[in-house]
Design a protein. Structure first.
Length: 395
């Protein structure tokens, strides 16, 4: 037999031995798994937090704790992990790693993935449509290639906000013109109401109602009501009503109009919401400001800032149940964060500075407010003068 034939026979013999050895190992491991002597690694815990944020992406940092119940030397090195994060069934982030080496006991696997900020507008729409509630679902799985088995892990929590709750008020607030042409107050606002309209993919409307009382002997005409809505200083809406309203002498009138938040601004807001240097980590300020153009009985017009109606509310989320990180950041701003992931409305800036001169509803003889009979319903006459200079824009 020649040298080449001997070497070929030897190589073939080694391959057969290696194949037999592999089959023996696989058979042994498979039998041990079937007998319950070998367990599949599983997810014992998972912590998520937000990392670096840019105008386009938000890094989600994940510490995945893998539990391996097997002794050292079993050889469970072929392990892969995967995880997903969804908010109201909208997938926000997905990541994983193959070829993870898992020693005995618990081991922490650090992972990073990018959440695309353009996923924020669809989530916001779902949040508003769901009554300002979001279910955060976090799922992970560990797969052992050697055993051909997968173990799943899941966790859910709910976050809730109440952005408009404190806007609904029966507090009487005066409207002062601060003009030599008329005596103040020229009008009173006895009631304000606000609720979400029918949200679309592009706009989030707020339907607003003011009950306005005219204490004067002459009728007053409001030719225009304007509004500006900001979140952390990011302009979300700006516009004015298309038609005017006449408030008869010593009578009330109901004024209805709609502000349309532009959802394309929401990814820019999201960046500020996560920036703890703005108002705190996952903390935002919602501000709605109004003005009115009033036609005086003399025929002139004046623009009146409706400072008494300015609405401020704190938006707080704790999406990953970071707890102390969120509470500490908000506490530095003087907020009421409790780490629960809900906003209980306690941070509303409506602190009595907007009260009327007599401290209550205007009700003096003939000057009775809130008659409720002389209402008009022309709230559909609204135009949106939304400017498109706010920068990046989506939710």
């Amino acid at each position: 037999m020649g040298l080449l034939s001997v070497l070929a026979a030897l190589a073939s013999s080694k391959r057969r031995i290696a194949l037999v050895a592999l089959l023996v190992v696989v058979g042994t491991v498979g039998g041990a798994f079937a007998a319950g002597a070998i367990g599949v690694p599983s997810v014992a815990d998972m912590d998520n937090s937000f990392g670096n944020v840019t105008n386009e992406t938000t890094t989600v940092e994940t510490d995945l704790v893998i539990s391996n119940p097997n002794p050292v030397g079993v050889g469970l090195d072929g392990v892969s992990v995967n995880y997903t994060i969804a908010m109201n069934d909208i997938r926000m982030a997905q990541g994983g790693r193959d070829g993870v080496t898992v020693s005995t006991g618990n081991a922490t696997i650090p992972l990073e993935t990018d959440l695309q900020n353009d996923a924020i507008p669809p989530w916001w729409v779902s949040h508003i449509r769901n009554g300002e509630r979001t279910r955060v679902d976090i799922g992970a799985s560990v797969t052992s290639d050697l055993l051909g088995q997968t173990v799943d892990f899941s966790r859910s929590r709910e976050i809730q906000t109440d952005l408009l709750g404190e806007f609904n008020s029966d507090e009487t607030r005066p409207v002062n013109a601060d003009s030599a042409l008329t005596d103040d107050p020229i009008l009173y606002v006895n009631e304000t109401r606000g609720e979400w309209g029918s949200v679309s993919e592009s706009e989030t409307p707020i339907d607003m109602t003011f009950t306005v009382y005219n204490p004067n002997l002459e009728p007053y005409a409001i030719t225009e009501i304007g509004y500006d809505v900001t979140m952390n200083g990011i302009e979300m809406a700006s516009g004015n009503t298309a038609e005017g309203y006449v408030i008869p002498s010593r009578s009330t009138e109901t004024i209805e109009f709609t502000t349309d938040l532009q959802n394309r601004h929401l990814d820019e807001w999201w960046v500020t919401h996560l920036d703890e240097e703005v108002h705190g980590h996952q903390v935002s300020d919602l501000t709605i400001e109004f003005y009115a153009v009033v036609e005086l009985p003399s025929g002139g017009e004046i623009t009146v800032p409706l400072d008494a109606l300015t609405y401020e509310e704190t938006i707080e989320t704790d999406i990953f149940d970071e707890g102390e990180d969120v509470r500490d950041a908000n506490a530095s701003e003087g907020g009421d964060a409790d780490g629960s992931g809900t906003d209980d409305g306690g941070d509303t800036a409506d602190d009595g500075d907007n009260t009327s001169d007599d401290g209550g509803t205007v009700d003096g003889g003939e000057n009775t407010s809130k008659s409720g009979d002389d209402t008009t319903d022309d709230g559909d006459n609204t135009t949106s003068n939304e400017s498109d200079d706010g920068g990046i824009i989506p939710l």
